[in-house]
Design a protein around this ligand. Sequence first.
Ligand code: SP5
Ligand code: ZN
Length: 375
Amino acid sequence: MKWFCTQLHQLHDPSVEVWAGTPGPATEVPARVEMIAAALDGDAAFTAGEVREHGRDPIEQVHEPALIRWLESAWAECRPHSAYPEIFPDTVRHAGMMEGLADQAEPTSSPLARLGYWCFDTMTPMVEGTYQAARGAVDVALSATDAVLSGDRAAYALCRPPGHHAARSAIGGFCYFNNAAVAASAMLEASGGPVAILDVDYHHGNGTQQIFYDRAEVLYVSLHGDPDRAFPYYTGRAAETGTGKGSGATRNFPLAARCTDQEYLAVLETALDVIAASGAAGLVVSLGLDTYELDAICDLGLTRDGFWRIGRRVERLGLPTVIVQEGGYHLAHLGINARSWLRGFIGAEPGSAGPQRHERSGGSLPPRHLLPQHL
Ligand code: SP5
Ligand code: ZN
Protein backbone atom coordinates (compact mmCIF):
# COMPACT_ATOMS: atom_id res chain seq x y z
CA MET A 1 0.00 0.00 0.00
CA LYS A 2 1.22 3.53 -0.80
CA TRP A 3 1.37 6.01 2.05
CA PHE A 4 1.65 9.78 1.87
CA CYS A 5 3.22 12.29 4.25
CA THR A 6 4.97 15.69 4.16
CA GLN A 7 7.33 17.46 6.53
CA LEU A 8 5.10 20.55 6.47
CA HIS A 9 3.22 19.25 9.52
CA GLN A 10 6.27 20.16 11.63
CA LEU A 11 5.42 23.84 11.16
CA HIS A 12 2.39 23.28 13.40
CA ASP A 13 4.19 22.74 16.69
CA PRO A 14 2.12 24.14 19.58
CA SER A 15 3.36 23.57 23.12
CA VAL A 16 0.17 24.46 25.01
CA GLU A 17 -3.58 23.86 24.83
CA VAL A 18 -6.30 24.88 27.28
CA TRP A 19 -8.78 22.35 28.71
CA ALA A 20 -11.58 23.63 30.89
CA GLY A 21 -9.59 26.80 31.43
CA THR A 22 -6.40 25.00 32.47
CA PRO A 23 -3.34 25.22 30.25
CA GLY A 24 -1.49 21.97 29.72
CA PRO A 25 1.01 20.45 27.32
CA ALA A 26 -0.18 20.13 23.72
CA THR A 27 -1.61 16.73 22.78
CA GLU A 28 -1.59 16.99 19.01
CA VAL A 29 2.18 17.23 18.36
CA PRO A 30 4.62 16.56 15.47
CA ALA A 31 5.97 13.42 17.19
CA ARG A 32 2.67 11.69 16.36
CA VAL A 33 3.53 11.65 12.66
CA GLU A 34 7.14 10.73 13.35
CA MET A 35 6.06 7.65 15.31
CA ILE A 36 3.76 6.42 12.54
CA ALA A 37 6.24 7.24 9.77
CA ALA A 38 8.98 5.31 11.59
CA ALA A 39 6.72 2.25 11.87
CA LEU A 40 5.82 2.27 8.15
CA ASP A 41 9.29 3.18 6.91
CA GLY A 42 10.76 -0.09 8.04
CA ASP A 43 7.93 -2.23 6.60
CA ALA A 44 8.21 -3.49 3.02
CA ALA A 45 4.41 -3.70 2.75
CA PHE A 46 4.28 0.11 2.56
CA THR A 47 5.72 2.37 -0.15
CA ALA A 48 6.04 6.15 0.19
CA GLY A 49 4.10 8.01 -2.53
CA GLU A 50 4.73 11.50 -3.86
CA VAL A 51 2.72 14.35 -2.36
CA ARG A 52 1.59 16.92 -4.91
CA GLU A 53 0.14 20.37 -4.35
CA HIS A 54 -3.55 20.65 -5.26
CA GLY A 55 -4.23 24.33 -4.60
CA ARG A 56 -7.24 25.86 -2.85
CA ASP A 57 -10.06 24.83 -5.18
CA PRO A 58 -10.64 21.36 -3.64
CA ILE A 59 -10.73 22.94 -0.17
CA GLU A 60 -13.37 25.42 -1.32
CA GLN A 61 -15.61 22.47 -2.15
CA VAL A 62 -16.08 21.83 1.58
CA HIS A 63 -15.04 25.01 3.42
CA GLU A 64 -16.34 28.57 3.34
CA PRO A 65 -13.84 30.51 1.21
CA ALA A 66 -13.75 33.30 3.83
CA LEU A 67 -12.54 30.74 6.41
CA ILE A 68 -9.67 29.69 4.15
CA ARG A 69 -8.69 33.33 3.53
CA TRP A 70 -8.84 34.13 7.24
CA LEU A 71 -6.73 31.11 8.25
CA GLU A 72 -4.02 32.16 5.82
CA SER A 73 -3.35 35.41 7.69
CA ALA A 74 -4.82 34.59 11.11
CA TRP A 75 -1.53 34.12 12.92
CA ALA A 76 -0.01 37.30 11.51
CA GLU A 77 -2.98 39.42 12.51
CA CYS A 78 -3.31 37.80 15.95
CA ARG A 79 0.39 37.90 16.78
CA PRO A 80 0.29 41.31 18.56
CA HIS A 81 -2.42 39.91 20.87
CA SER A 82 -0.33 37.09 22.37
CA ALA A 83 3.02 37.06 24.16
CA TYR A 84 3.28 33.32 23.44
CA PRO A 85 3.83 31.24 20.32
CA GLU A 86 0.17 30.17 20.35
CA ILE A 87 -3.07 32.08 20.36
CA PHE A 88 -6.58 30.92 21.36
CA PRO A 89 -9.92 32.71 21.23
CA ASP A 90 -11.08 34.40 24.43
CA THR A 91 -14.57 35.28 23.19
CA VAL A 92 -16.40 32.93 20.86
CA ARG A 93 -19.55 34.01 19.03
CA HIS A 94 -22.00 31.98 21.08
CA ALA A 95 -25.22 31.26 19.17
CA GLY A 96 -27.30 32.76 22.00
CA MET A 97 -25.43 36.05 21.77
CA MET A 98 -26.74 36.53 18.25
CA GLU A 99 -30.23 35.10 18.73
CA GLY A 100 -32.84 37.24 17.02
CA LEU A 101 -30.29 39.65 15.58
CA ALA A 102 -30.29 40.19 11.87
CA ASP A 103 -26.59 40.78 11.30
CA GLN A 104 -24.76 37.47 11.39
CA ALA A 105 -21.89 38.64 9.23
CA GLU A 106 -18.24 37.81 9.73
CA PRO A 107 -16.67 40.55 11.86
CA THR A 108 -14.12 42.77 10.19
CA SER A 109 -13.17 44.89 13.19
CA SER A 110 -10.77 42.95 15.39
CA PRO A 111 -8.40 39.99 15.00
CA LEU A 112 -9.72 38.49 18.26
CA ALA A 113 -13.30 38.84 17.02
CA ARG A 114 -12.36 36.93 13.89
CA LEU A 115 -10.57 34.23 15.91
CA GLY A 116 -13.63 33.74 18.12
CA TYR A 117 -15.88 33.80 15.07
CA TRP A 118 -14.12 30.93 13.27
CA CYS A 119 -12.80 28.80 16.18
CA PHE A 120 -15.15 27.00 18.58
CA ASP A 121 -12.86 25.83 21.40
CA THR A 122 -9.65 26.48 23.37
CA MET A 123 -7.85 23.31 22.29
CA THR A 124 -7.00 24.35 18.75
CA PRO A 125 -3.89 26.52 18.95
CA MET A 126 -2.92 28.84 16.15
CA VAL A 127 0.83 29.11 15.63
CA GLU A 128 2.92 30.72 12.92
CA GLY A 129 3.02 27.63 10.69
CA THR A 130 -0.52 26.34 11.25
CA TYR A 131 -1.89 27.38 7.86
CA GLN A 132 1.00 25.86 5.90
CA ALA A 133 0.78 22.63 7.88
CA ALA A 134 -2.99 22.42 7.38
CA ARG A 135 -2.60 23.00 3.63
CA GLY A 136 0.05 20.25 3.59
CA ALA A 137 -2.34 17.82 5.29
CA VAL A 138 -4.96 18.47 2.62
CA ASP A 139 -2.38 17.82 -0.11
CA VAL A 140 -1.47 14.54 1.61
CA ALA A 141 -5.14 13.46 1.64
CA LEU A 142 -5.65 14.48 -2.00
CA SER A 143 -2.47 12.71 -3.15
CA ALA A 144 -3.67 9.50 -1.51
CA THR A 145 -7.07 10.04 -3.17
CA ASP A 146 -5.37 10.43 -6.56
CA ALA A 147 -3.63 7.08 -6.05
CA VAL A 148 -6.95 5.37 -5.38
CA LEU A 149 -8.67 7.12 -8.28
CA SER A 150 -5.81 5.90 -10.49
CA GLY A 151 -6.57 2.31 -9.57
CA ASP A 152 -4.81 1.56 -6.28
CA ARG A 153 -7.05 -0.56 -4.08
CA ALA A 154 -6.26 1.68 -1.09
CA ALA A 155 -3.87 4.39 0.09
CA TYR A 156 -2.96 5.84 3.47
CA ALA A 157 -2.78 9.61 4.08
CA LEU A 158 -0.67 10.36 7.15
CA CYS A 159 -2.34 13.72 7.72
CA ARG A 160 -1.44 16.16 10.46
CA PRO A 161 -3.05 18.31 11.75
CA PRO A 162 -6.18 16.12 11.74
CA GLY A 163 -9.44 17.29 10.18
CA HIS A 164 -12.74 15.70 11.17
CA HIS A 165 -13.81 18.36 13.73
CA ALA A 166 -13.44 21.18 11.18
CA ALA A 167 -16.86 22.18 9.82
CA ARG A 168 -17.61 24.19 6.71
CA SER A 169 -17.21 27.44 8.66
CA ALA A 170 -15.44 26.48 11.89
CA ILE A 171 -12.14 25.12 13.19
CA GLY A 172 -11.78 23.20 16.47
CA GLY A 173 -10.77 19.93 18.12
CA PHE A 174 -7.16 20.21 16.87
CA CYS A 175 -8.55 20.50 13.30
CA TYR A 176 -8.28 23.33 10.71
CA PHE A 177 -9.13 21.87 7.28
CA ASN A 178 -11.24 18.72 7.03
CA ASN A 179 -8.85 16.43 5.16
CA ALA A 180 -11.28 13.50 4.95
CA ALA A 181 -14.12 15.70 3.69
CA VAL A 182 -11.89 17.18 1.00
CA ALA A 183 -10.86 13.64 -0.03
CA ALA A 184 -14.48 12.45 -0.12
CA SER A 185 -15.51 15.47 -2.16
CA ALA A 186 -12.69 14.87 -4.67
CA MET A 187 -13.63 11.19 -4.86
CA LEU A 188 -17.27 12.06 -5.46
CA GLU A 189 -16.38 14.54 -8.19
CA ALA A 190 -14.10 12.07 -9.98
CA SER A 191 -16.26 8.96 -9.66
CA GLY A 192 -19.72 10.50 -9.86
CA GLY A 193 -20.98 7.69 -7.65
CA PRO A 194 -21.99 7.88 -4.02
CA VAL A 195 -19.15 7.91 -1.49
CA ALA A 196 -19.12 6.69 2.10
CA ILE A 197 -17.08 8.02 5.01
CA LEU A 198 -16.42 5.66 7.92
CA ASP A 199 -15.16 7.59 10.96
CA VAL A 200 -13.52 5.38 13.59
CA ASP A 201 -11.79 8.13 15.57
CA TYR A 202 -12.72 8.11 19.29
CA HIS A 203 -14.38 11.51 18.89
CA HIS A 204 -17.46 12.21 16.82
CA GLY A 205 -16.50 13.90 13.53
CA ASN A 206 -18.86 16.82 13.96
CA GLY A 207 -17.20 18.70 11.11
CA THR A 208 -17.55 15.95 8.55
CA GLN A 209 -21.14 15.32 9.64
CA GLN A 210 -21.98 19.02 9.31
CA ILE A 211 -20.36 19.38 5.88
CA PHE A 212 -22.39 16.53 4.37
CA TYR A 213 -25.50 16.62 6.60
CA ASP A 214 -27.87 17.58 3.76
CA ARG A 215 -26.11 15.56 1.04
CA ALA A 216 -27.55 12.25 -0.15
CA GLU A 217 -24.49 11.24 -2.15
CA VAL A 218 -22.05 11.28 0.78
CA LEU A 219 -22.88 8.81 3.55
CA TYR A 220 -21.29 9.59 6.93
CA VAL A 221 -21.07 6.72 9.43
CA SER A 222 -19.30 7.17 12.78
CA LEU A 223 -18.46 5.06 15.84
CA HIS A 224 -17.34 7.16 18.80
CA GLY A 225 -17.38 7.78 22.53
CA ASP A 226 -20.90 8.84 23.55
CA PRO A 227 -21.13 12.66 23.45
CA ASP A 228 -22.94 12.49 26.79
CA ARG A 229 -19.41 12.19 28.21
CA ALA A 230 -17.03 12.90 25.32
CA PHE A 231 -15.86 15.84 23.21
CA PRO A 232 -17.37 17.40 21.06
CA TYR A 233 -20.40 17.01 23.39
CA TYR A 234 -23.04 18.61 21.14
CA THR A 235 -23.08 16.16 18.23
CA GLY A 236 -22.86 12.44 17.55
CA ARG A 237 -26.12 11.12 18.94
CA ALA A 238 -27.90 8.25 17.21
CA ALA A 239 -30.90 10.48 16.50
CA GLU A 240 -28.79 12.67 14.16
CA THR A 241 -29.42 11.05 10.78
CA GLY A 242 -29.21 13.88 8.24
CA THR A 243 -31.60 16.46 6.86
CA GLY A 244 -33.47 17.16 3.61
CA LYS A 245 -32.04 15.15 0.74
CA GLY A 246 -29.42 13.88 3.19
CA SER A 247 -32.01 12.27 5.47
CA GLY A 248 -30.74 8.84 6.41
CA ALA A 249 -27.25 9.53 5.02
CA THR A 250 -25.73 10.19 8.46
CA ARG A 251 -25.50 7.37 11.00
CA ASN A 252 -24.01 7.65 14.49
CA PHE A 253 -23.04 4.83 16.84
CA PRO A 254 -22.17 6.21 20.30
CA LEU A 255 -20.20 3.79 22.47
CA ALA A 256 -19.95 3.19 26.22
CA ALA A 257 -16.69 3.67 28.13
CA ARG A 258 -14.25 0.73 28.15
CA CYS A 259 -15.84 -0.78 25.02
CA THR A 260 -13.83 -3.92 24.13
CA ASP A 261 -12.59 -5.16 20.75
CA GLN A 262 -15.42 -7.67 20.62
CA GLU A 263 -18.12 -5.13 21.45
CA TYR A 264 -16.66 -2.65 18.97
CA LEU A 265 -16.52 -5.21 16.16
CA ALA A 266 -20.18 -6.07 16.74
CA VAL A 267 -21.22 -2.43 16.29
CA LEU A 268 -18.88 -2.16 13.30
CA GLU A 269 -20.83 -4.97 11.60
CA THR A 270 -23.99 -2.87 11.71
CA ALA A 271 -22.13 0.24 10.54
CA LEU A 272 -20.56 -1.60 7.60
CA ASP A 273 -23.93 -3.11 6.65
CA VAL A 274 -25.20 0.46 6.27
CA ILE A 275 -22.28 1.29 3.99
CA ALA A 276 -22.64 -1.92 1.97
CA ALA A 277 -26.35 -1.24 1.45
CA SER A 278 -25.74 2.36 0.34
CA GLY A 279 -24.25 1.50 -3.03
CA ALA A 280 -21.16 3.59 -2.27
CA ALA A 281 -18.52 3.38 -5.00
CA GLY A 282 -15.69 4.54 -2.79
CA LEU A 283 -14.78 4.80 0.88
CA VAL A 284 -12.89 7.32 2.99
CA VAL A 285 -11.88 6.11 6.45
CA SER A 286 -11.25 8.71 9.15
CA LEU A 287 -8.75 6.62 11.10
CA GLY A 288 -8.35 7.71 14.72
CA LEU A 289 -6.30 5.48 16.99
CA ASP A 290 -7.43 7.28 20.14
CA THR A 291 -9.84 4.35 20.70
CA TYR A 292 -6.77 2.56 22.08
CA GLU A 293 -7.04 1.13 25.59
CA LEU A 294 -4.03 3.15 26.80
CA ASP A 295 -4.87 6.48 25.14
CA ALA A 296 -4.63 9.07 27.92
CA ILE A 297 -7.37 11.45 26.72
CA CYS A 298 -10.01 8.83 25.80
CA ASP A 299 -11.75 5.87 27.46
CA LEU A 300 -12.42 3.04 25.00
CA GLY A 301 -10.64 -0.32 25.34
CA LEU A 302 -9.37 -1.35 21.90
CA THR A 303 -6.12 -3.29 21.52
CA ARG A 304 -3.49 -3.54 18.82
CA ASP A 305 -5.01 -6.87 17.79
CA GLY A 306 -8.42 -5.18 17.65
CA PHE A 307 -7.05 -2.58 15.25
CA TRP A 308 -5.77 -5.37 13.01
CA ARG A 309 -9.21 -7.03 12.99
CA ILE A 310 -10.99 -3.75 12.32
CA GLY A 311 -8.70 -3.00 9.36
CA ARG A 312 -9.29 -6.51 8.04
CA ARG A 313 -13.05 -6.19 8.37
CA VAL A 314 -13.18 -2.75 6.67
CA GLU A 315 -11.20 -4.13 3.73
CA ARG A 316 -13.80 -6.83 3.22
CA LEU A 317 -16.27 -4.16 2.10
CA GLY A 318 -14.30 -4.39 -1.14
CA LEU A 319 -14.37 -0.65 -1.87
CA PRO A 320 -11.58 1.59 -3.20
CA THR A 321 -10.45 3.16 0.07
CA VAL A 322 -8.60 6.29 1.15
CA ILE A 323 -7.48 5.97 4.77
CA VAL A 324 -6.99 9.39 6.39
CA GLN A 325 -5.22 9.77 9.73
CA GLU A 326 -7.16 11.63 12.43
CA GLY A 327 -6.40 11.34 16.20
CA GLY A 328 -4.40 8.95 18.39
CA TYR A 329 -2.31 10.20 21.29
CA HIS A 330 -0.44 7.30 22.86
CA LEU A 331 2.86 8.26 21.26
CA ALA A 332 4.83 5.18 22.23
CA HIS A 333 2.31 2.80 20.63
CA LEU A 334 0.90 5.01 17.89
CA GLY A 335 3.19 3.67 15.17
CA ILE A 336 2.57 0.01 15.86
CA ASN A 337 -1.15 0.59 16.20
CA ALA A 338 -1.38 2.38 12.84
CA ARG A 339 0.74 -0.29 11.23
CA SER A 340 -1.41 -3.02 12.75
CA TRP A 341 -4.64 -1.46 11.39
CA LEU A 342 -3.12 -1.02 7.93
CA ARG A 343 -1.61 -4.52 7.88
CA GLY A 344 -5.04 -5.84 8.80
CA PHE A 345 -6.45 -3.98 5.81
CA ILE A 346 -3.94 -5.49 3.37
CA GLY A 347 -4.30 -8.94 4.92
CA ALA A 348 -0.71 -9.15 6.15
CA GLU A 349 0.16 -10.73 9.47
CA PRO A 350 0.17 -8.28 12.39
CA GLY A 351 3.98 -8.26 12.55
CA SER A 352 6.11 -7.79 15.63
CA ALA A 353 5.33 -5.05 18.05
CA GLY A 354 8.82 -4.12 19.16
CA PRO A 355 9.28 -2.99 22.76
CA GLN A 356 6.13 -1.71 24.45
CA ARG A 357 5.32 0.07 27.65
CA HIS A 358 1.93 -0.45 29.16
CA GLU A 359 0.92 2.50 31.31
CA ARG A 360 -1.96 4.66 30.09
CA SER A 361 0.10 7.65 29.09
CA GLY A 362 1.19 9.95 26.32
CA GLY A 363 4.36 7.93 25.77
CA SER A 364 8.09 7.89 26.23
CA LEU A 365 9.39 10.73 24.08
CA PRO A 366 11.40 13.63 25.56
CA PRO A 367 9.44 15.87 27.94
CA ARG A 368 7.45 18.66 26.40
CA HIS A 369 8.08 22.36 26.97
CA LEU A 370 7.35 23.62 30.43
CA LEU A 371 4.44 25.98 30.69
CA PRO A 372 5.10 29.71 30.82
CA GLN A 373 5.48 30.49 34.52
CA HIS A 374 2.60 32.88 34.93
CA LEU A 375 0.23 30.26 33.59
C1 SP5 B 1 -8.76 14.74 16.06
C2 SP5 B 1 -9.03 14.56 17.53
O1 SP5 B 1 -8.86 13.46 18.04
N1 SP5 B 1 -9.39 15.64 18.20
C3 SP5 B 1 -9.67 15.51 19.60
C4 SP5 B 1 -9.91 16.80 20.31
C5 SP5 B 1 -10.15 16.49 21.74
N2 SP5 B 1 -10.04 17.60 22.62
C6 SP5 B 1 -9.89 17.20 24.01
C7 SP5 B 1 -11.16 17.21 24.72
C8 SP5 B 1 -11.00 17.33 26.22
C9 SP5 B 1 -11.28 16.00 26.83
N3 SP5 B 1 -11.11 16.00 28.24
C10 SP5 B 1 -10.97 14.62 28.66
C11 SP5 B 1 -10.46 14.45 30.04
C12 SP5 B 1 -9.77 13.10 30.09
N4 SP5 B 1 -9.27 12.78 31.40
ZN1 ZN C 1 -10.15 11.88 18.27
